[in-house]
Design a protein around this ligand. Structure first.
Ligand code: G7M
Length: 283
């Protein structure tokens, strides 16, 4: 399977990561990190045998064989992977859903509540049981505070693909749909303090960041993505990403904005939520 971010494999393995199970399904996501400027000059300058593939007028295509130190591949392993993890990464036909506020209450919310997709990794971060050493900024207030740390997807070697997530301390805010005017102080803190912390730590200005929430998210605990503007990360499509600054403005105009409005998103053909929409005659 191919995706824009790399090669995805699902296989039965016992990967070399610490886990109790002997053997179970795993998802392995292989990605290449962006090139760094000095690596590009070494790649072009020292490459022993660039192979010419085609030449036409001023255009030519070569294949290079980078030395191992310039050829690093990042492997993210999910093991043991649940069926939902595996489905999430399989290529599927997509359907566009137009979810009204009523659809959310009648179809989506009961579905989410019936699921038991674990967000233990989120609680581990909030309770400092995991990734504590990676925390970039924390506002410890349980109502309006959050933890900012590098996302799984970022190897932190270059800021070109900078990717952090802010995870709110407050529990029970499942997604954009649960947000109302009362959450404005929390959202404003995330926006302002998140940008300040990234400027201080990485020297990247707020106007070089794409700061957004996903709807639907993969994990139903409120979190915000902070991504380098030049990085076309998966999940920045118009039917999934909602800019935090827009979310704040919309809630300032109408504190019930997100419980009322129709939200558009895609579902893959094998997703049980799509089946629920079909059964309700809404898709
Ligand atoms: O909005 P959505 O739910 O789709 O995004 C969740 C984000 O959390 C993704 O960008 C993931 O890469 C990131 N993520 C997922 N897990 C399981 C972890 C984790 O354990 N640690 C960190 N730092 N990020 C994660």
């Amino acid at each position: 399977m191919m995706s824009c971010s790399g090669l995805l494999l699902t296989c039965s393995v016992s990967p070399q990561v610490s886990c109790k199970e002997q053997s179970a399904d795993a998802v392995v996501i292989l990605e290449r990190a962006p090139f760094q400027a000095d690596a590009v000059s070494r790649l072009l300058g020292n490459n022993p045998e660039p192979k010419l593939q085609l030449k036409n007028d001023i255009y030519s295509v070569y294949h290079l064989n980078p030395p191992p130190e310039l050829n690093e591949v990042k492997a993210t392993v999910i093991h043991p992977a649940t069926e939902k993890h595996i489905k999430k990464y399989m290529r599927q036909e997509l359907y566009l859903i137009q979810e009204t506020g009523e659809d959310y209450r009648n179809i989506t919310l009961p579905f989410i509540e019936s699921q038991s997709f674990s967000i233990q990794w989120v609680y581990n971060i909030l309770e400092k049981k995991a990734e504590e050493d990676r925390i970039v900024h924390e506002n410890p207030d349980q109502e309006v505070g959050f933890i900012l740390l590098p996302d799984f997807k970022w190897n932190q070697k270059q800021v070109d693909d900078l990717y952090l997530i802010a995870i709110c301390h407050k529990r029970g805010i499942k997604s954009l749909r649960d947000l109302n005017g009362d959450h404005l102080p929390l959202l404003k803190n995330v926006l302002q303090e998140g940008q300040e912390a990234i400027l201080k730590q990485y020297g990247v200005q707020g106007n070089h960041l794409r700061i957004y929430l996903h709807y639907q998210p993969s994990y139903y605990h409120l979190h915000v993505h902070f991504v380098a503007l030049g990085h076309e990360a998966p999940g920045i499509t118009v039917e999934r990403a909602h800019l935090l600054s827009d979310v704040i403005q919309n809630l300032e105009m109408d504190s019930q904005y997100y419980s009322k409005r129709t939200l558009t998103y895609t579902l893959r053909s094998d997703e049980p939520l799509l089946q629920k929409f079909k059964e309700a005659g809404r898709c």
